[in-house]
Design a protein around this ligand. Structure first.
Ligand code: ZN
Ligand code: FE
Ligand code: FE
Ligand code: ZN
Length: 274
């Protein structure tokens, strides 16, 4: 196992996204109580264009408030490190918005997520569950679509960390056969784009009941030398660092000996990592 004192939780939300609870300092205190080495906030990014884009993110006008909240928590928690990040929705064709966001605050890191498979279709939203059963080939088609977007997101090089790599399995829908046909191209794309991936314990709390990503994916990532972090995707303070022992065992089984750290000064190095 990787010692908890060597781990950070970089995927943590705030109430500004309208579906998380608890003040940033409450999240910080749980990270400290669990013996983590640092915490980083990464709430859902605002989007460009007409608002609201959907009902689960901050508005553009709220971004300064978000940054201020996290920088406040940073001063209160010092010397415990509090990093400033953002979970950005990757949508092919809208990369310019991510580039703009990148310049709007002194981010320690940006997380890239694929939630949207088409306008108005966030694949992890239970309101679209029926799509998985809409035809005999639906699951295979949705997986193809998800991984096509994921590979673009990875290859974009816009992000320091790629979130919940196989999020498409959230509700337990998986095509039959060897799923490495989806994972292998994704691994290549990640290596090309130079991001780290997260092992997310959030999947354990979802219908699928397992870590993101699957063990086969993680083994390929470990073998390819892709840097890794362990994250909770906490939407409540008590979720910070939760099940990190489980994730850490999976990491070690995949050949990992350590996680990577995110810090603003080094973010702009060629691979975006330290
Ligand atoms: Zn969320
Ligand atoms: Fe997400
Ligand atoms: Fe998240
Ligand atoms: Zn997330």
């Amino acid at each position: 196992m990787l010692p908890l004192s060597s781990l950070a939780d970089y995927h943590v939300h705030t109430p500004l996204c309208r579906h998380a609870v608890g003040e940033p300092m409450e999240y910080v205190r749980v990270a400290q109580a669990r013996g983590l080495r640092e915490i980083g906030f990464s709430d859902h990014c605002p989007m460009d264009g007409p608002e609201p884009f959907d009902d689960w993110r901050m508005l553009r006008s709220e971004l300064p408030r978000y940054v201020e909240m996290i920088l406040d928590a940073r001063s209160q928690a010092a010397p415990f490190p509090v990093r400033l990040g953002l979970e950005c929705d990757f949508i092919a064709g809208r990369e310019g918005w991510i580039e703009q966001l990148a310049g709007l605050a002194p981010w320690d890191y940006l997380i890239g997520s694929v939630h949207y498979l088409a306008p108005g279709w966030d694949v992890d939203n239970p309101k679209h569950l029926s799509r998985f059963e809409s035809s005999p080939g639906a699951v295979e088609e949705i997986w193809e679509r998800y991984w096509r977007e994921f590979d673009r997101c990875a290859r974009s090089g816009l992000f320091d960390i790629l979130a919940h790599p196989d999020l498409v399995k959230k509700f337990g829908h998986r095509p039959s056969g060897d799923l490495r046909r989806f994972y292998e191209p994704a691994i290549e794309a990640i290596v090309e784009g130079g991001s780290a991936i997260e092992i997310s314990t959030a999947g354990l709390r979802k219908p699928v009941g397992e870590l993101y990503p699957a063990a086969d994916f993680l083994a390929l990532a470990g073998a390819a030398g892709i840097p890794m972090v362990i994250s909770s995707d906490a939407h409540a303070p008590e979720e910070v660092g939760v099940d990190f022992e489980v994730a850490s065992e999976a990491a070690v089984s995949a050949g990992y000996r350590e996680t990577v750290k995110m810090q603003e000064v080094k973010r702009r190095s060629p691979r975006g990592l330290i």
